[in-house]
Design a protein around this ligand. Sequence first.
Ligand code: ZN
Ligand code: ZN
Length: 277
Amino acid sequence: MCSDLDSSLEWFWQEKVSDGLYLIRERFYECSKRANIWLLQGSQRDLVIDAGLGLRSLPNYLSGAGLIGSKPVLAVVTHIHFDHSGGLHHFDRVAVHREEAGALAKGDNFETVTWLFDREIVRCPQPGWKASHYRVKAVQPARVLDDGDIINLGDRQLTVLHMPGHSRGSICLHDKKNRILFSGDVECNGCMIDWFPYSNISDYIHTCKRLMTLVENNLVNMVLPGHFDAFDAEKLYNLASSYIANAGVCHTISSCAMRCIASLALWLKNFGRRVDQ
Ligand SMILES: [Zn+2]
Ligand SMILES: [Zn+2]
């Protein structure tokens, strides 16, 4: 029988991006919703950006793989959606933007947009496990983030940029010195979803203008998104400017219709679970 540590070690996959920077993914979650998890090793502390579903312990994996050691570790979530926040409960210290701190502390599975299917998990985490039982657990954040806050890792500093639109508490983390932007789901290599329950198109337009200003001021070289592959500043600029250009009346109407359907489906899913309990 596998120990918890053994099962965590095989559950994740990792790739070194550059010195002190790693991409980690959940191997058995086969779906476009599978989030990128980024590990930044600092001289004084390590930072985990997003935490995946949480079906296995990410900190156990990171220590078992020798990627974290005696330094303190902070897990920061780019936004509260389940594919990013589900694994936070395995960490001792968690940070989230102020707008989503209350929902995380309550374990609000409507705002986390929890939407998982059995077929997406290709290895069952434990006998009898069912996707319909999956929930994001409530987590009390150790740190509540605001726009402009600095997360200091010693030799690396990351600036918190509040970028609502996809969700109300979405953040990007900006490593100014290395011109890296961790974009979460704000910009995912072509995928910009603005029809979730707490999405907002006018906020998203403002966020896109801010992203374009970052590029115009030559502050971004590489974007490390919440899903899919990394991309460059030119693509970031084009994605942001296209969103603004296309966010007209037709887009607003179709997005609102999608939001109503998604909200109803999520509400029914969560209401159904409460009835089951
Ligand atoms: Zn999201
Ligand atoms: Zn996501």
